[in-house]
Design a protein around this ligand. Structure first.
Ligand code: ADP
Ligand code: MG
Length: 462
């Protein structure tokens, strides 16, 4: 039963997490693999689902229960319980106009139909106003702006690509909002490629291709997110290609996103690639430290409102911007966690506490640095050749950088000493250990070395 599972979870997630997140959950039911809880807020449900789902499912499994999904029902005073699905952002067609529900085909099985009110709740934050512009995304932003201005189509499609969590979906939503605000009669359809495929398959099954074509060919602006998803799915690609051509012929704007350039998407048909390349292809670059800090600062007030009583010390935002570098979503997640902890614990969060609360995220961020990257960066920094860095010359000019590289490899990756040794020309793990210790000792006495190491660490983790 839930009581026993809960006890197991206590050990798994630690006391603080347990008291804050697990204890307040009210178990409601277990039906066909879905475990339902009542929670006080949507935020709470999201949070538990995101960070403790694995633990809960695992613990339930250990008690012989077959649970595949968690469901959270928010109990609001004087309100119908609103459900929260385990998909915080359903990628289903969004009727972008506030209060103007768009007629869409019935949702395929397993995909929750999205109503206009959902889209308002989910998307209001993703506008141009909330998008922070910096060097890495300024071109993408400018192009999105151009599309959002409406008027004559000057490039088609607009193809935005870049790593996960760099703002592609945000920009697409921003375009939708803006177009809708300028002219509420504009028909904007935003859909993920995955849902596009579901709809297509459903139309085939229900023999309603006419309805399908009508829906997609009657829009003024079509935005398809994460198009990698249709790569390799032949008939879906085929249909997508026809939809695409039909809209281009009618001079209707198309906006697409993916995580790599058209030519680098495996399984995407050549003729589609060439069509995509004939439009405007823009790369959203990884964030810079400045951009991350800008985003954090912009979000700070929002979070402060959301978590009354939370207090975040100076330097914490800089710490986040320095250490969480891969993905803006993770950055937001980290911020949420810190504000939530501060609010629930009723304590100010400073840098050491942030370190502790974000342990898992930081470890993950660090894991992305490779030993090769460390070696190259160190060699560059000291202006020596890689062969000398890895070689056996004992002159301090080479030996010191070599030890620094060993030290950073130990600190920034989670490779074992023998693994690191192999990367250093097959050295023994005791040699690596000696190098690491040596740098530790020297840093305590030699401020210049300590500074060098810190600079390198920043260069590698930013
Ligand atoms: P992608 O679609 O590229 O994977 P998203 O658009 O979903 O990424 O962005 C992930 C999260 O980060 C979203 O919450 C988004 O609002 C936020 N975000 C990304 N880039 C920015 C930015 N430049 N300014 C403000 N928020 C951003
Ligand atoms: Mg996205």
């Amino acid at each position: 039963n839930w009581g026993e599972i809960r006890q197991g979870l206590k050990k798994k997630v630690g006391h603080n997490n347990y008291v804050t997140w697990i204890e307040p959950l009210r178990f409601e039911a277990l039906e066909s693999g879905v475990m339902t809880f009542t929670v006080q807020s949507n935020f709470m449900g999201n949070w538990v689902d995101r960070y403790f789902r694995e633990a809960i499912l695992g613990e339930a499994g250990a008690h012989g229960l077959d649970v595949s999904r968690l469901r959270f029902v928010v109990r609001k005073a004087a309100d119908d319980p609103a459900t929260h699905d385990d998909q915080p952002q359903p990628h289903a067609p969004v009727a972008a106009a506030p209060g103007r529900p768009r007629k869409v085909a019935a949702a395929p099985k397993g995909v929750r139909p999205v109503t206009a009110s959902d889209s308002i709740r989910l998307d209001t934050n993703q506008t141009f106003d909330t998008f922070v512009v910096g060097k890495p995304n300024e071109l993408a932003h400018a192009a999105a702006r151009r599309v959002a201005d409406g008027g004559e189509v000057s490039f088609n499609p607009l193809f935005l690509y870049g790593g996960v969590g760099l703002g592609k979906t945000h920009l697409m939503h921003a375009i939708a909002w803006e177009l809708q605000a300028r002219d509420p009669s504009t028909k904007v359809l935003y859909i993920s490629a995955e849902v596009f495929m579901h709809r297509f398959v459903q139309a085939l099954r229900e023999k309603d291709m006419i309805g399908f074509k009508e829906l997609f060919r009657s829009v003024d602006v079509l935005m398809v997110d994460d198009i990698k998803f249709i790569a390799g799915k032949d008939s879906t690609q085929e249909e997508f290609f026809h939809t695409f051509n039909a809209l281009v012929d009618q001079k209707k704007q198309i906006v697409l996103s993916a995580d790599s350039a058209p030519g680098d998407i495996d399984g995407l048909e050549k003729r589609i690639v060439s069509r995509l390349n004939s439009g405007l292809v823009i790369d959203i670059h990884p964030t810079s430290y400045e951009l991350r800090l800008g985003i954090l600062q912009r979000k700070f007030d929002l979070f402060a409102k959301q978590f009354p009583g939370a207090y975040i010390a100076d330097g914490v935002m800089e710490f986040l911007a320095l250490r969480i570098t891969q993905n803006v979503r993770e950055l937001e997640g980290a911020m949420t966690r810190l504000f939530a902890h501060s609010s629930f614990l009723g304590r100010e969060v400073d840098v050491p506490m942030a370190h502790e609360f974000l342990h898992d995220l930081l470890k993950e961020a660090d894991r992305k640095v490779t030993i090769d990257e460390i070696q190259r960066t160190v060699a560059d920094h000291y202006m020596i050749r890689m062969s000398d860095l890895l070689g056996h010359k004992r002159n301090r000019v080479y030996a010191r950088p070599r030890q620094v590289a060993m030290y950073l490899s130990k600190g920034l990756t989670n490779r074992s000493l023998p693994e690191i040794g192999r990367k250093f020309n097959g050295r023994d793990h005791t040699t690596i250990m000696y190098g690491v210790r040596r740098v530790e000792d020297l840093m305590a006495q030699d401020a210049t070395l300590a500074e060098d190491v810190e600079l390198l660490r920043r260069a590698l983790t930013t």
